[in-house]
Write a protein that binds this ligand. Structure first.
Ligand code: AKG
Length: 266
């Protein structure tokens, strides 16, 4: 059931334009998030096990793991991946007919530290940082998140600044660093050019944060993709099929993924 009318969606899109991110509190039912959490735990476990054997280095730095979700079952639930409020806000920000191109998780565990401040993508053009938004991340946590277990730290307005200008402004105290606590069910929509960093998880429980990537209709991200089993695709509603139109269709859900996606250079 949509929770926002057109005027509220417009207001959220305007807030996004200003800040580079927007929060939708209590958006997804908590029982749905619990189901995702339960199904995610066995997918994370082998990564932690393997990295423990190698000294605890995750594929995103110490104690930090990027894990792709298989596109099936709850992870392919149209009520989540093409939620009407979210897609309508994404369309207001990134134009009509967007694409969905990423379904994964970021999980710091105990032993993780502060990441370097970064953006997740370079600007479209060199020396011209201020284009409208073209790549968005929709984030939602599978546990309650606060300063104990690694809330995202971010900045407002830096999605429309060059990385160097944003770093300079942050260092000069002209813009503030802001921790974003989130509860299960909360959703954040953010421009991935906003300067941000992961923070340490100090407790013994992993802190999974789902990331769904949506981009402008014409934008292709070779570094990520979603392998969509044909059977799952065929059962999706038209809007979800449209979002996934450029994603590879496969006979069976892959069980291993290339998790080498990196972004620290930006
Ligand atoms: O997990 C987080 O809170 C942030 C992770 C992040 O920004 C990254 O790995 O690029």
């Amino acid at each position: 059931m949509p929770r926002y009318d057109d005027a509220s969606r417009d207001a959220l899109a305007q807030q996004f334009e200003r800040d580079g991110f927007v929060l939708l509190p209590d958006h997804f039912p908590v029982d749905v998030m619990h189901r995702w959490q339960q199904q995610f735990a066995p997918l994370l476990a082998p990564h932690i096990g393997a990295s423990h054997a190698e000294g605890g280095n995750g594929n995103r730095g110490p104690g930090r793991y990027y894990v792709t979700l298989p596109f099936e079952g709850d992870f392919a639930d149209p009520a989540v991946i093409c939620d009407d409020d979210i897609v309508s806000i994404v369309e207001r920000i990134a134009g009509a007919d967007p694409v969905m191109c990423q379904l994964a998780t970021d999980t710091p565990v105990q032993g993780s530290g502060f990441q370097d401040w970064h953006r997740d993508t370079p600007p479209l053009f060199d020396d011209f940082a201020e284009t409208p938004s073209f790549q968005l991340a929709v984030n939602f946590p599978l546990v309650d998140v606060d300063e104990r277990n690694g809330s995202l730290e971010t900045t407002r307005g830096t999605h429309r600044m060059s990385r160097d200008d944003a770093l300079r402004a942050l260092e000069a105290g002209e813009i503030a660093a802001e921790r974003v606590p989130m509860r299960m069910g909360d959703v954040m929509i953010r421009d991935v050019r906003g300067l941000h960093r992961g923070t340490p998880n100090h407790i013994g429980e992993p802190r999974p944060m789902v990331v769904i990537g949506y981009s402008r209709a014409w934008y292709f991200r070779p570094e990520v993709s979603i392998a969509v089993p044909r059977q799952v695709f065929d059962a999706l509603p038209p809007r979800a099929k449209r979002l996934l139109r450029f994603m590879p269709k496969v006979d069976a859900t892959p069980r291993t993924f290339d998790e080498s996606y990196r972004n620290f250079a930006y």
